[in-house]
Design a binder for this molecule. Structure first.
Ligand code: BTN
Length: 268
């Protein structure tokens, strides 16, 4: 059972204090955590649930959030680095921490489909949605929200067509008897804030690159409605995806307009 005081008990953050809310069911934990952070931005805010009624993904898509064993959580914090070009680093840092912790629980490698999808054995098992909280008057960035949904176990029989096509689980139909989601959350947050403390050094990006799906493979993608093809060559220091085009130039990709068909990644 998700339990706020259990999470706090397991959690050992070096410099941060945390406010935790565990909810039975909620529309989106990203919205809850935003309110919590606006109320008290001195502490990290964490909202977690096992059921969302309006889970959101990137690009306005919905995120199936009613799995038998699914964990949906968001946390908000004051970022060390607020330069706009470095904001993608937060998604990259969260994905890095996530694959590292998830790999302690499963037998096969966990991979990242750039930029925010976590894959296990050819299926998407987790997604990350990062948002900013800005000061209304100045538009300055006050906080970063990272929202994460994880499919631990269950099936997608009542999910929408898109989820059924690509989604999978880490543990199959049932979580291992000794699996403790409170401990998992605490381990993830510790790892994330460990990375955050030295985010400007960018050391974690090597781990992200090592987990990137499709490295040196051909990929089809769409930019502003145009179909293109190229070879994935990694990410640059800001988290942009580097694609080598057929005329041997490097194209840098970032933003909502880029879409990879997930089926391209099933064979990797
Ligand atoms: C994606 O796959 O595009 C991102 C999915 C992010 C889902 C998580 S679940 C917790 C948090 N609340 C939301 O509404 N979305 C994020």
């Amino acid at each position: 059972m998700l339990n706020g005081s259990e999470i706090e008990k397991q959690l050992n953050l070096a410099d941060e204090k945390i406010n935790v809310q565990v909810l039975k069911s909620v529309s989106s934990t990203n919205d809850v955590v935003k309110e919590m952070f606006i109320e008290n931005s001195e502490k990290v805010s964490l909202a977690a649930t096992n059921k969302q009624t309006a889970g959101r993904g990137r690009g306005g898509k919905s995120f199936y959030s009613d799995l038998d064993k699914g964990l949906y959580f968001s946390f908000a914090f004051q970022p060390k680095e607020t330069a706009l070009e470095n904001l993608p680093l937060y998604t990259i840092a969260a994905a890095t921490a996530l694959v590292q912790i998830l790999e302690n629980y499963v037998n096969h490698p966990v991979s990242i489909k750039w930029v925010n999808d976590i894959f296990y054995q050819g299926r998407k098992v987790s997604g990350i949605l990062s948002e900013t909280i800005t000061e209304p008057a100045s538009n300055a960035i006050k906080g970063i929200i990272i929202g994460i949904g994880i499919n631990f176990a269950g099936d997608f029989a009542s999910a929408d067509h898109n989820a059924q096509e690509v989604a999978g689980t880490l543990f199959g139909k049932k979580v291992p008897d000794n699996f403790n989601q409170n401990l998992f959350l605490a381990e993830f947050l510790e790892r994330f804030f460990d990375i955050h403390e030295h985010i400007e050094e960018k050391n974690f990006m090597t781990i992200y690159r090592d987990h990137l799906l499709g490295m040196n493979k051909e990929v089809h993608y769409t930019v502003a409605g145009n179909q293109r093809v190229g070879i994935i060559r990694g990410i640059d220091e800001h988290g942009f995806l580097l694609i080598e085009t057929p005329d041997n130039k490097i194209e840098k990709l970032y933003g909502q307009e880029i879409h990879f068909g997930s089926s391209q990644f099933l064979d990797f």
